[in-house]
Design a protein around this ligand. Structure first.
Ligand SMILES: [Zn+2]
Length: 232
């Protein structure tokens, strides 16, 4: 398969590209707990998807003296940009698609600079809040110099100029029920997945049981976006 003239490679079987999304001071306690649970599972490579200004609430903006920023820095994990506020003006999660290219560019740049100054880290890539985005945003992400952009099951690697694809994805929103029916079919076949853990999953649903099963019984390995892209 080829997209925009680029060959699409499949992510290796039995791989989970794992991230925790909605990294924001608003979920501080749940993030600390979830990180510990992931560590207990032996997962050491993962990507933190950070939202610089969640819901445009002042207290959710990263600041360098904040103890939460220090905590995130201390984990020494890959971080990627996950929206700016995570919401469009209308309240939908589709933050960027209705913006002009110029507006989207400045919003993404603002996000990067909040993380640079407030968190002291530069995001490696971009994963949109809905996990899907318009093709123009994939381009903007490249133009502002980030290494990769996720769009659905596709991961656009701007550094190595290629696209890789997982068979499916499980992106939890931290709700009681988790819809994994289609992913289960792929799991049977050992297909590669992206899994986006939400900070509140451990007290809402059985996603962590699924992670344990994938790892211990089905032999999946877990790895963050940057680590996967640089390993192949
Ligand atoms: Zn999110």
């Amino acid at each position: 398969m080829s997209i925009l003239g680029k060959v699409v490679d499949t992510v290796e079987d039995n791989t989970v590209i794992i991230s925790m999304h909605d990294i924001s001071p608003v979920y501080e306690d749940d993030i600390v707990k979830s990180y510990d649970l992931l560590t207990d599972l032996g997962i050491s490579s993962l990507t933190l998807l950070v939202t610089p200004f969640f819901g445009l609430k002042k207290s959710n903006k990263f600041t360098s003296r904040d103890i939460f920023s220090k905590y995130i820095r201390s984990l020494d994990l890959e971080i990627s940009l996950h929206g700016f506020s995570h919401f469009a003006k209308s309240g939908s999660l589709n933050e960027f698609d209705k913006l002009t290219t110029d507006k989207a560019t400045s919003r993404l740049k603002d996000g990067v600079s909040i993380l640079k100054s407030g968190l002291g880290k530069i995001p490696v890539g971009f994963v949109p809040p809905t996990w899907e985005t318009a093709p123009k945003i994939v381009k903007v992400v490249q133009q502002i110099g980030l290494d990769y952009c996720v769009n659905g099951n596709l991961i656009y690697d701007h550094v190595r100029v290629r696209v890789v694809q997982t068979a499916d994805r499980i992106v939890s929103q931290g709700q009681r029920s988790l819809s994994i029916e289609t992913a289960l079919f792929e799991i049977e076949l050992g297909g590669a997945l992206q899994i986006g853990v939400h900070p509140s999953d451990y007290r809402m649903n059985d996603l962590f049981d699924l992670l344990a099963e994938l790892k211990d019984r089905l032999g999946y390995r877990f790895i963050g976006f940057r680590d996967y892209l640089s390993s192949i």
